[in-house]
Ligand binder design. Structure first.
Ligand SMILES: CC(C)(COP(=O)(O)OP(=O)(O)OC[C@H]1O[C@@H](n2cnc3c(N)ncnc32)[C@H](O)[C@@H]1OP(=O)(O)O)[C@@H](O)C(=O)NCCC(=O)NCCS
Length: 107
């Protein structure tokens, strides 16, 4: 499991591959089915945010299938906000953004 988690963290650590310049893009959040609903997904997400901040980015982004409201709520619960819709491979994805300045202002 540790090996799998490291592989996922390594994937998440790639800056700005699938998004715009200057964004820390969180790509492909996933947990093996047998380990889901134990808080690992949230922990990976929070770790990704910390890595983006540590790397000096002001904007952290991701895309999520628009038809997954529970997942969208998970992202909102850690500070992401809904941005615009994007059609990727004929699927309606929602781009979400985490502004480091906006979050700091709330503290
Ligand atoms: C999305 C994913 C990474 C979540 O991982 P996880 O370890 O199960 O997430 P957590 O246990 O931290 O869940 C946190 C919250 O997210 C929500 N949530 C997570 N997975 C959910 C699901 N499949 N359906 C509905 N809500 C879900 C719940 O609100 C959950 O809190 P709760 O368990 O207290 O109700 C995992 O389900 C997964 O790998 N899915 C397949 C890949 C995928 O769709 N990735 C998203 C790409 S945008």
């Amino acid at each position: 499991m540790i090996k799998n988690m490291q592989a996922i963290l390594d994937l998440m650590d790639r800056p700005s591959t699938g998004s715009g310049p200057g964004e820390y893009y969180l790509d492909t959040l996933a947990v093996l089915p047998e380990y889901r609903r134990r808080g690992i997904g949230r922990a990976l997400l929070e770790d990704g945010i910390k890595r983006g901040i540590a790397a000096g980015y002001d904007l952290i982004t991701l895309v999520v299938d628009s038809n997954m409201p529970d997942l969208i709520r998970l992202y909102e619960s850690v500070g992401f906000q809904k941005a615009e819709h994007r059609w990727i491979f004929r699927v309606d994805f929602l781009r979400m953004t985490y502004s480091v300045k906006r979050q700091n202002a709330k503290l």
